[in-house]
Design a protein around this ligand. Structure first.
Ligand code: ADP
Length: 164
């Protein structure tokens, strides 16, 4: 696993993960960027999925993206930390990786789920991301990229990765 600075919509990986909302019908932040880059067929397929629960994940095609698939996961809204946020965020990473394995994918890129509009503190979210993915990779090898959207986030991820 490694962290990079970049726009997740440009990556040539088997799947990019979308920090979606529970409707799966598009929103702001990385969700909006992915839908814009993938084109309107993505929302057409998403409509057939009838939403997604927090902590769960669903897979679609990648359409105009370079990624073959999009794995949509719904992160928790940060509410102070006592509403099962950590458990739900870890579940987003685990369920996304499980879907990647079920579809025989070899590479997957994650954005910093929940740390934008949903307000999850980045340091805590990065710690959960790196430890949950690290545990998963001990049993199932996959190429995992953490795609950071700011230099500040990248530094936080790199510090977490150095602890692994
Ligand atoms: P959430 O609602 O889960 O908080 P956001 O999309 O608001 O989702 O933010 C999640 C993270 O994705 C933030 O760190 C944000 O800066 C980042 N982000 C936004 N656009 C992109 C992009 N094109 N590529 C990668 N990361 C992005």
């Amino acid at each position: 696993m490694k962290a990079i600075l970049g726009d997740i919509t440009t990556l040539s990986v088997d799947a990019i993960v979308n920090a979606a909302n529970s409707s799966l019908l598009g929103g702001g932040g990385v969700d909006g960027a992915i839908h814009r880059a993938a084109g309107p067929d993505l929302v057409h397929e998403c409509r057939l999925l009838h939403g997604c629960k927090t902590g769960e994940a669903k897979i679609t095609g990648g359409y105009r993206l370079r990624a073959k698939f999009v794995i949509h996961t719904v992160g928790p809204v940060w509410n102070g930390g006592h509403k099962r946020e950590a458990e739900l965020l870890a579940s987003c990473y685990r369920r996304s990786l499980e879907l990647a394995v079920e579809h025989s994918l070899e590479s997957i890129a994650f954005p910093a789920i929940s740390t934008g509009i949903y307000g999850y503190p980045v340091a805590e979210a990065a710690s959960i991301a790196v430890s949950t993915v690290g545990d998963f990779l001990k049993v199932r090898p996959l190429e995992v990229i953490f795609c950071c959207f700011s230099g500040k986030d990248l530094a936080v991820y790199q510090a977490e990765l150095a602890k692994e």
